[in-house]
Design a protein around this ligand. Structure first.
Ligand code: SAM
Length: 290
């Protein structure tokens, strides 16, 4: 099989099949083989590895994973692209293709059904940018049996995922990603690595799932509510942001609570570390359970 990640190959396929590229599905196909190598190296793909690929498209990344002898489950929403993808994958018996919306599948179940094993697996993808954050949050919150996630995303999203407290990109996504994973930037990717070229810069990010979170949140839901409250109105002080969200509590009570935590109520949410968010949430939790 020819290399799929190649501009003239991709253009030829699109012409031959009269395939309408669907912008609304985030279809930007990889045409730079060096980026494929960076992705598979970062994901440490080798023989026998179990991999779920989100959005295989024409199969550029799928081919790379298959040639590394991984067992690949490729989940693609676009029924129209499937005949082409299936044709491209016919020489790779280690690739299984499923037509589904990634946000609607129980990945653990799907992997177990197709590979009859229940060991941890990896997610690798050049994500559709219109639903990047929902996909990341879905993968993390469902607590699937994942070992790692290596994904191409918009550069700004990569910066948000890896940002530290006090930085302008630090937000609820940074906290969630860093709570569940160890996040690192693999490489930046220019628009010219795709066809059609997107209007934004991209980056590959590696998220290594943690065995346990770096902070001890007694009630995870409450922890993320505090995070959401703190970032809902970024320009407000922490006290005002919490007051706007936790309506049942007076400002005095919230001020006292922050005092117990040793956190200045005049700070902005975006300066708080995961540890400080956990301290606030755990103090809340204590008050609630009295
Ligand atoms: N992996 C290919 C590559 O790198 O050339 C294509 C990547 S393209 C950026 C994103 C792919 O995700 C498209 O094939 C698109 O149809 C697919 N997609 C979009 N939304 C999806 C969803 N909700 N579930 C599964 N696949 C989706």
């Amino acid at each position: 099989m020819e290399k799929i990640a190649d501009l003239s190959f991709v253009k030829g396929i699109i012409r031959k099949h009269n395939f309408p590229i669907k912008k609304r599905l985030g279809q930007n196909f990889l045409i730079n083989p060096r980026i494929l190598d960076r992705i598979t190296e970062a994901a440490e793909i080798g023989p026998g590895e179990l991999v779920v690929e989100i959005g295989p498209g024409l199969g550029a990344l799928t081919q790379s994973l298959a040639e590394k002898k991984a067992s690949v489950l490729a989940v693609e929403i676009d029924q129209g692209i499937l005949p082409i993808l299936k044709q491209h994958m016919q020489d790779y018996p280690n690739v299984k293709i499923v037509n589904a919306d990634i946000l609607k599948v129980d990945l653990d179940k799907l992997v177990a059904e197709h590979f009859e094993v229940d060991r941890p697996y990896k997610v690798v993808a050049n994500l559709p940018y219109y639903i990047t954050t929902p996909i990341i949050m879905y993968l993390l919150e469902q607590k699937f049996r994942l070992a790692s996630i290596v994904i191409m995303v918009q550069k700004e999203v990569a910066e948000r995922m890896t940002a530290n407290p006090g930085k302008k990109d630090y937000g609820a996504l940074s906290v969630a990603v860093q709570y569940y994973t160890e996040a690192s930037l693999v490489t930046k990717v220019p628009p010219s690595s795709f066809y059609p070229a997107p209007e934004v810069d991209s980056a590959v990010v590696k998220l290594k799932l943690r065995e346990k979170p770096p902070v001890d949140a007694r009630d995870e839901k409450l922890f993320f509510q505090v995070v959401k409250a703190a970032f809902a109105q970024r320009r407000k002080t922490l006290l005002n942001a919490l007051h706007g969200f936790f309506k049942g509590y007076s400002k005095e009570t919230l001020q006292e609570l922050l005092g117990v935590c040793g956190i200045d109520p005049g700070r902005r949410g975006e300066t708080l570390s995961l540890d400080e968010f956990a301290t606030i949430a755990n103090t809340f939790w204590k008050i609630k359970s009295i």
